[in-house]
Design a protein around this ligand. Sequence first.
Ligand code: XMP
Length: 515
Amino acid sequence: MQVQSKVVIIDFGSQYTQLIARRIREAGVYSEIHPCVIGLDELKALEPSALVLSGGPASVGLSDSPLIDPDIFDLNLPVLGICYGMQLIAHIFGGSVQPSVNREYGRSILEFAQDSPLWDTLQDKDKLTVWMSHGDTVLAPPVDFEILARTANVEIAAMGNQEKKVYAVQFHPEVAHTEEGFRILHNFLFKIAGLKPDWSMSSFIESAISSMREKIGNEHVVCGLSGGIDSTVVAVLLHRAIGKRLHCILVDNGVLRHGEGQEVAETLNKHFDLNLKYVQAQERFLSRLEGVEDPEIKRKIIGHTFIEVFDQEAGSIPGVKWLAQGTLYPDVIESVSFKGPSAVIKSHHNVGGLPEKMNLKLVEPLRELFKDEVRKVAVELGIPDIFVWRHPFPGPGLAIRIIGEITTERLEILRKADRIVQNELHASDWYRKVWQGFAVLLPLKTVGVMGDERTYENVIALRIVESVDAMTADWSRIPSEILARISNRIINEVQGVNRVVFDISSKPPSTIEWE
Ligand code: XMP
């Protein structure tokens, strides 16, 4: 990455470590997360401009608590310790850290003990609401460290050594509950460490293109397109880098939404001069799914069939040496524990197993990006809004939204119902406000009455959820008039449906998809 400023975050296992990285990047500074077992030489090789020591669940001073090579402080880099990171700094520099009488969790009022560059641009110079989450406390600062802030419970809530540029805070400036937390992070990055905000999506695009050109040389690359944002950005970036030596394959697996395969192919062809092959393999997938009810078997069949079709298509392109994948940064870090790298790197949905089978090298241009950064890259690349804001759609598609057996008749019903949901979400401007909104076809029939006739027909469930990362989700409090319109339209327009229900479960304990 061609950036001058790079913050390395050393991870001690905090649930907020990714958030620290995102906040620093939002400030325009490139940041990377590395496990705390990183060695001194490995760290030096990364050429960091500053370090952040993250929080973590452990207590310093125990025999198994995660430590760090104390020589990192001889690199003379600016350091910010957060929570466990602060306790570790205190421990290494000879301060005293003890378990607190009461665990402190939640909001606290921070009072400043003295002026510091860390507080430089804060608007409220008296006190700040901050977010705490700790069991241990620094009771005495190391020699040469000044106490910078306290709370009612904690005498040393922040400390610093201005000469060494080593600072530490007990609270979490990265979480939204800490008022002006971003200003504290900015003060560290720009006032203390003197970094340059040179991480932007246009600089990413430039450097990704040149590094892909260098890596791929004159060879050819194959890329699976789904119409989702990740694979679209991968394809457009690679297309910019190597032009027609990129070969895109869009597989219609028969369980896409209404007209989706055709529409994605046409839109991409219209906007970008991609080398795109639209493979209509609906029959092959649907015949194998016949009579299958178990969701995991559906997933396996779709996964294997995809690999088979993709392999066949890619094999017919002469000279392909690379497979492009849309792996994102959270996939990379989730597969590495803070205690060290684990062997398994999560493979991208649907293409897992492909590189080995086809003996291809992997190119993953989005490996360094968070999802919101991928969206920004998409906008910079001129990718149309319908791709940028498209809701996530699972690889096994409608197959896991038809509960039980998949038949062409049931697919037809779900496609019609789902199309109405999508239309109404767009028409009411709710599409962008929710994480996902879709219809599910249930494997049961219920009684209804239409005109003078008794009916006995299918039930559609609506699943509309809000989420930031799909790890947790809550059902959307979408206005009841929109739900009423969706329900009316489905029952009136989709033959075979006489009842619509709305799913009001959160994740956990439910999941977003029904299968
Ligand atoms: P759940 O249902 O686990 O879904 O709460 C979380 C997110 O993952 C998507 N999802 C999948 N995506 N293949 C995929 O590519 C799958 O098998 C799959 N299952 C769930 C789901 O749509 C949601 O965004």
